[in-house]
Design a binder for this molecule. Structure first.
Ligand SMILES: *[C@@H]1O[C@H](CO)[C@@H](O)[C@H](O)[C@H]1NC(C)=O
Ligand SMILES: [Zn+2]
Length: 454
């Protein structure tokens, strides 16, 4: 039967209306107005201006600020002090299906100290220059990320979005001094257990090019001290087996190993995070005198310390063998000890890494969400240093390191740390897309509906 022309047109109009609604729902919400943008930036500046620099961060002030943000967003909040004076601020946006595990977005509230005199604009000023660069300690590491989470929630809430999974934000203290009183305590707490977390996002690094960087693991530190002993003697005499000679033989061997690893990076065969790095932290030897050192004496003891960073993919057994047999062999009267030796395996004995392929739906979802927000993505990377993400991976949870900053010089812990405001705003769009995807994700098989059927 032929429909009358009129109703056909109505149908078309309805259809168009429906389509435009759909477009509005799937794309990120419309660009914020000028007024809204400047409010977003001033909230960021306000957070940056709170002095949370180690060694005496003002956590009272940062906690107060975060809670006021949570309040304005009607998020549930909780402050937990696993250690007195070290507040972990937890915010929750409850999901519509409490039976689904939750999402955790982590950020640390502390920053490293600054040498004020070396900065063009003061590190606590959050000054914005003519190019739109916001100068402040923490603008990259990582107050940007903490605020972007909140701003993304603000936008999603005002667009009427409702998450299926609960979304948690954790603002943790002391990452810059090891995270032992912050993220580590949280990770091993009942509080976290009760949150029933499925995936954690934490910090990454800026990218000097146009590709966002995603980190699936990090290198673990081994701090090694080797000690040599040997017969002391006159500084004019050539003889074997002095402590210094014994130590230098080791140092030569360590330096050859260092060069072999560095060559792989220089040749472009491996990324910085994929090799074992070894750097001398200290050398300690000599017999002190009132004016310095005794110059005509070969000492009987000598020591050196090394900061070694190991990717979870490395063969640690062969490294341990190398240390015992080549770097500190007993046959050369040497001993060694570790000042710190972090495991490269999680609590379940698996390599400390998060799958970075489609065996891990969170990885795929993250990549898709970033692309949906018009972002490009580089190769998965191993973070060269340490972050709080390791504590969550240690538990066996997947954790991905990501800070949405492209076309940005890497200035973490450097003088004149800055982030461009356009880049900051773009990062909010990216998180909006990620939060949507993550909190809506229902694993295949749930609700009796398989992914294929959907
Ligand atoms: C190790 O120490 C012993 C005893 O002090 C000494 O006789 C020997 O020559 C030393 N060997 C080396 C390689 O330094
Ligand atoms: Zn950081």
């Amino acid at each position: 039967m032929e429909k009358p022309c009129n109703s056909n047109r109505q149908f078309l109009l309805l259809h168009l209306l429906f389509l435009s609604l759909l477009v509005g729902l799937t794309n990120s919400t419309a660009a914020p107005s000028q007024d809204e943008q400047s409010k977003i930036i001033s909230r960021f500046q306000e957070y940056l201006q709170i002095n949370t620099a180690q060694p005496s961060p003002d956590y009272q002030k940062s906690t107060h600020f975060i809670l006021s943000q949570a309040n304005s967003l009607s998020l549930e909040s909780q402050v937990v002090e696993f250690v007195k004076g070290k507040p972990v601020v937890l915010l929750k946006w409850p999901g519509s299906d409490p039976s689904l595990p939750s999402i955790l977005l982590n950020s640390h509230t502390d920053v490293v100290p600054s040498e004020y005199s070396k900065w063009v604009h003061p590190p606590l000023g959050a000054h914005i220059d003519e190019q739109g660069n916001i100068f402040a300690r923490g603008s990259q590491d990582m107050k940007c990320v903490g605020m972007q989470y909140l701003e993304a929630i603000r936008r999603l809430k005002s667009s009427g979005f409702q998450p299926k999974r609960s979304l948690y934000l954790s603002f943790v203290p002391d990452e810059e001094i090891g995270g032992h009183d912050g993220a580590e305590k949280l990770a091993y707490s009942d509080v976290l257990k009760n949150m029933n977390v499925d995936i954690v996002l934490d910090e990454g690094l800026p990218s000097p090019n146009e590709n966002y960087r995603l980190f699936y693991a990090e290198r673990t530190p081994w701090w090694l001290v080797i000690k040599a002993t040997g017969a002391p003697g006159h500084g004019a005499k050539l003889y074997d087996n002095s402590a210094m000679e014994n130590l230098f033989k080791s140092i030569e061997s360590i330096r050859r190993f260092r060069a072999s690893q560095f060559d792989l990076v220089k040749a472009g065969l491996k990324a910085e995070g994929e090799v074992i790095s070894v750097n001398v932290a200290f050398l300690k030897a000599g017999t002190p005198s009132p004016t310095g050192f005794v110059m005509n004496l070969q000492p009987s003891e000598a020591e050196a310390g090394f900061d070694i960073r190991i990717p979870p993919t490395a063969n640690t057994e062969s490294l341990e063998k190398r240390i015992a047999e080549e770097w500190a062999p007993a046959s050369r009267n040497m001993t060694f000890e570790f000042k710190q030796k972090v495991t490269t395996h999680d609590d379940l004995g698996r390599p400390l890494l998060t799958a970075s392929d489609n065996s891990n739906p969170w990885w795929t979802l993250l990549e898709e969400a970033i692309k949906k927000a018009n972002g490009k993505i580089g190769k998965p990377e191993i973070f060269p240093a340490s972050t709080d993400a390791r504590y969550f991976r240690q538990l066996g949870l997947p954790a991905i390191g990501f800070s949405p900053m492209v076309n940005t010089p890497i200035l973490l812990h450097d003088h004149n740390e800055f982030l461009n405001q356009a880049e900051y705003l773009r990062g909010i769009n990216v998180y909006e897309s990620i939060i949507k995807a993550y909190t809506s994700f229902i694993p295949p098989g749930r609700d009796g509906v398989s992914r294929d059927e959907l």
